[in-house]
Design a protein around this ligand. Structure first.
Ligand SMILES: [Fe+2]
Ligand SMILES: [Fe+2]
Length: 214
């Protein structure tokens, strides 16, 4: 990832007061939610940088993409579990913004809510309807590929308390994941192999350690 992205993010934060308010408030909310060991601010921050690369290349409306990416996992702040967290985040968005004393137009709130609702994309069979929702989904999908994808996925399945067999089964299925935009597809090219190869080796190494069922 290009180190200049941090400067690009600083410029967006300087020029867009709504985005800065959302960024600061969300950072504060995730930093105190210490039970979210995978869906934490570090994850959100990486997604934001990913969304700049994908969103700018795709010509998306960054005034929607950036706040939506920052808030894409707020469902977890309301106790949602894996499969429902996008929908819960979308449902709680208005109350979340009110709690942060942030006012956006109704059209923008609805557009961002759609991005939250469908951000799992091919992972949960969701179909993002707008370019901005596709960008948010792809920025998050990059977190499943390559070395960072492997690192983040292990953290995620630890947060969910998955047993080893389920971790191996899930990692093995990553070959079927896909992105929504051409830029996302280009960025994940050749990157799933890291995860699949690890899953294959872990599957072999773990075999002697499965406990006999009583
Ligand atoms: Fe998510
Ligand atoms: Fe996420």
């Amino acid at each position: 990832m290009n180190p200049q992205l941090r400067d690009t993010l600083a410029t967006y934060l300087k020029n867009d007061n709504d985005f800065r308010a959302i960024y600061d408030y969300t950072k504060q909310r995730f930093e105190v939610a210490t039970e979210l060991t995978a869906h934490n601010w570090e994850h959100v921050y990486r997604d934001v940088l990913n969304s700049i690369v994908i969103g700018e290349t795709e010509g998306a409306d960054m005034s929607v993409v950036l706040p939506a990416t920052v808030m894409h996992d707020i469902g977890f702040l309301y106790g949602a579990v894996g499969p429902t967290h996008g929908a819960v985040g979308a449902e709680r968005l208005v109350e979340y913004l009110q709690a942060g004393k942030i006012t956006l137009s109704e059209a923008k709130v609805n557009h961002i809510a759609d991005c939250l609702r469908t951000h799992k994309g091919s992972m949960h069979g969701e179909v993002p309807g707008t370019l901005e929702a596709k960008v948010v989904s792809d920025a998050d999908m990059l977190e499943k590929f390559g070395p960072i994808g492997l690192y983040q996925t292990i953290r995620t399945y630890t947060e969910f308390n998955y047993p080893a067999a389920k971790v191996i089964e899930r990692l093995n299925a990553f070959g079927s994941l896909s992105c929504q935009t051409a830029t996302g597809r280009r960025l994940i090219e050749g990157q799933v192999e890291v995860v699949i190869e690890f899953a294959r080796q872990l599957s072999i190494a773990y075999e002697p350690y499965y406990e006999e069922k009583a």
